[in-house]
Each structure stands twice: as C-alpha cells, then as structure tokens.
Design a protein around this ligand. Structure first.
Ligand code: GLU
Length: 459
C-alpha cells in the first residue's frame, strides 16, 4: 500500500520532469536537481511522532497503548488529518495515510498540508471512561506539535465527535487563554463543530460518482466521443438507465453514501447490497436504506444479522457472508470500509464496472492496474472522500470568523468545491490515456511542486 502512493507520485514527477511547459524557468541540471528534491520531499514525512500512552484501566491494570502522529508535509498550510482508532494501525499505514492527506488537500485546494494520527486499539474493548482517558493522554503527549495553525486532527475510522470534543477540551486546559476552537475539527455542533460535518464524507463520495456519470457527461458528452481512454469509454456507455449499487461498510461514510444513492433525484439508482464487519444484506429490488440506518442507530452500529431482526424491522433482504458483496454483479461498488479490500488474489472476481473509493486506499496497486486495464472506472480516494476534510476546513473557518453557517450553506460550499475540482480534472481525464487516479495525482503534485519551488525548498 505504501508503495502505491509513492509510486504514483514518482510517476507523476517523472512525467512532469519531461514536460518542459511545467516550471519552464527550471532547466538542465537545476531541473533534475529540483525534481530529485521533490521526490525526496514528497516520499518522506517531515515528522513521525510515536508515544506509548500509559492508561490505568478500570480493572486496575495499566497498559501502554502505541499512538502516532505523522506530519507529512505543510507546504500548503498546517498539517491536517484524522486520528484513526483501530487495532491494525501501524507506522507505515499512518505515514501512507498522511501522504494521501497532503495530496487530497492539494487536489481540492484546501489550504492545509497532510497529517494523520493513529492509536492502536479496538475502541469497542474499552469503557467510555477509559476512552476519555486515552483521548486526554493523546493530547497531553502530542500537545507541543498540535494547534490551530500547526496541526489540526479530526475524526477517522473508530473516532468521532465525542473524541474530538474531549481532545479539544484537553487542549484548551493545557493551553489556557490561547485559541483552541480550531485545534480539532469534527467536533459536535454545540462545541464549535459545523453542521453537515458528520455527513460530509458520505455525501461527497456519492456526489463524485453522480457528477461524473450524470452532470458532467450530460453536458460534455458531445465533446468526448473520440476518446482512447478505456475508462472514459466505460463512462460514455452509460445511457442514463438506473444503476445497481453495492456499498461495503455501513458506518459514517457508507451509510450516508447509501442514503444519498437511495434518495438521488437525478439517477434512479437501486442500492441492492450493503455490508459491514458481520454480514452482507442483498435485495435485487433495492434495500430500504432509511430503515437500515434506523436499525444500526439502535443496535450499536451493526446491520441485522438474523431473520428475526429483519422481520422485526420490516426489512426485506437476504443475509449473506460479509465478503459476498465484493463479488456481486452490480454496476457500481462503493468501498467505504477498510484499505486493501480488492487485492491481487481477489481482483479477478470483481464484476462492478465502476468503483468509488470512500475509504482510503481500498484497492491495492496490483488490483488497480488489473481493473483499470479492463476499463473499470475507479474514482480514487483523494477525489471521492475529501468531503470530510473540506467541511473540516469550513468548521475551522467558522471558528475563526465566529460565524455559523446553515446546513444548506455548508453543503453548497462543499459540493461547489468538489465540482470545481472535477471540472479541472475531468476534461484532462477524458483527453488522455491515464486512469483517473493518475490524473488526480498529477494535479496535486503539480500544485505542491510549484509551491515548494516558489518557497525556495528545492535546492
Ligand atoms: N479522516 C478524514 C480523511 O481521511 C478527515 C480528515 C479531516 O477532516 O481533517 O480525509
């Protein structure tokens, strides 16, 4: 996984080195040297912080929990990115996720750099009191490197507004009298959070798919018919008929993306399958997504796992193995769970024609290459799942301006930003033979390279 991001960044730099129209003021040896510097800067994080949080558990024992904060690059602004609470968190993963944040923020013109945090734990195994202590300790251990203008964490897998509220409160008590509202984003609205932040990632994920397949194609189709791009051809085959959609993951991202798909007025989609860590639920006539959202809210975040639960909730579905969703014959698959879900050993079984990366890095590089060669459109993570950090930015701005935006204002600003990015990327994508991921990376790398050059960092 780590090599995929680095590899595509390096490929983008190699292409830009050859393109004499890019940074034309750099030539000869100076150009080569500058690109070598760029490769070194973008492939390595600026800082890697690791601590072992000492936590006294309620049963009287004491544990040391490994915790990370990686600060990848801050050329565009303060480091920014979530804190993941998961038992599989490890150093390489956090470094890779931090570098994806640098690229994501650059792609969408969000004035932040890239960072990421992680705590190696299964949050379900700790009491609320213990989790509170873990959050406070995280801020105590890392308080020197965090702050509204330095490094601004947010929720990621396993964390949410409750954790951000606790962390912001701890930050405030460590630094009395200093600005603290912008120290964490993804807080609850009453604590300085933004309306729409919780839904932002899922809404953005569905929007990227809808915009590409519906809005953009509707307006641009006549200009795009002569393309050599296999992916673009898949998109152009779309005739406006309803699409079948499967969503892997029914947490904060997957459930909202599924609901957006279910409610979409523009495309009459059918969400035929959803899955979580326990099951896949399938209904070829379309699942009742609002009823499922209601069910998970009352059942600790889990989808129904038995016939009785389905009957009680009046939901029609067949219960299948959790991995069955991946191999279904659907038009679209939204991956909103963990990374590395489609890999070398299962890539041949994938039947979906369009894959949307709601999670970070759910398709490995081998699988990505194989599926792209087959003409599968993959809407990459840095394009599709940026809604969270975009609304984090709006939250941070509202804190600074002591303003409060309505939900409609937030959604408008969010979707306008994502639309602007796609209007920049998509014409190039339809015009050249590279997959969408490459097009996005090259755009981000161009921006970062220009900024680093102008800041005099490439010597
Ligand atoms: N964790 C989210 C991401 O991976 C959001 C980050 C943020 O809001 O800063 O994009």
């Amino acid at each position: 996984m780590i090599s995929q991001t680095r590899m595509i960044v390096q490929e983008s730099l190699d292409a830009l080195l050859e393109d004499s129209a890019f940074l034309p003021e750099l030539d000869g040896d100076a150009r080569k040297q500058a690109f070598t510097s760029l490769g070194a800067i973008l492939s390595t994080p600026n800082h890697l912080h690791k601590s072992f949080l000492r936590i006294a558990l309620e049963n009287g024992s004491v544990v040391r929990i490994p915790a990370f904060r990686v600060q990848h690059n801050n050329a565009l602004g303060p480091y920014k990115g979530g804190i993941r609470f998961h038992e599989s968190v490890n150093e390489d993963e956090v470094i890779n996720l931090a570098s994806l944040m640098t690229l994501k923020n650059a792609l969408h013109d969000v004035p932040y750099g890239g960072g990421k945090g992680g705590i190696v734990l299964d949050p379900r195994s700790y009491s609320e009191k213990e989790l509170h202590l873990i959050c406070k300790k995280y801020v105590q251990y890392f308080s020197d490197i965090l702050g509204p203008d330095k490094d601004i964490p947010a929720p990621d897998m396993g964390s949410g507004e409750r954790e951000m509220d606790w962390m912001m409160a701890e930050y405030k008590s460590i630094r009395p009298g200093q600005a603290y509202k912008g120290s964490f984003t993804g807080k609850s609205v009453i604590n300085g959070g933004s309306l729409g932040r919780r839904e932002a990632t899922g809404k953005g994920v569905y929007f990227t798919f809808r915009y590409l397949l519906h809005d953009f194609l509707q307006n641009q189709r006549k200009f795009l018919s002569n393309t050599d791009n296999a992916f673009a051809k898949t998109a152009l085959e779309y005739d406006g008929s309803p699409m079948t959609i499967a969503v892997q993951g029914f947490g904060n991202v997957g459930s909202v993306a599924a609901l957006e798909a279910y409610q979409c007025q523009h495309m009459q989609n059918k969400v035929v399958a959803v899955s979580d860590r326990n099951v896949t639920l399938h209904n070829p006539d379309g699942l009742d997504i609002p009823a499922l959202i209601k069910f998970v809210a009352l059942n600790n975040g889990d989808l129904p796992t038995g016939e009785n639960q389905l009957l009680d909730a009046n939901i029609k579905a067949t219960i299948m193995d959790r991995n069955d969703l991946l191999y279904m014959d659907v038009d679209v698959m939204i991956l909103a769970a963990l990374e590395d879900q489609i890999h070398d050993t299962n890539k041949e079984k994938i039947k979906a024609r369009i894959i949307v990366e709601g999670a970070n890095a759910p398709v490995t590089s081998e699988a990505d290459e194989y599926l792209s060669d087959k003409g599968v459109i993959i809407i990459p993570d840095i394009l599709a799942n940026a809604g969270g950090v975009i609304v984090s930015y709006l939250e941070w701005m509202q804190g600074r301006e002591t303003q409060f935006y309505s939900e409609d204002q937030v959604y408008k600003l969010l979707l306008d930003k994502m639309k602007n990015t796609m209007d920049t990327i998509l014409p190039a994508f339809f015009g050249d033979p590279h997959p969408l991921r490459q097009n996005c990376y090259i755009h981000s790398v161009m921006k970062l390279s220009t900024v680093l050059y102008r800041q005099g960092k490439l010597y």
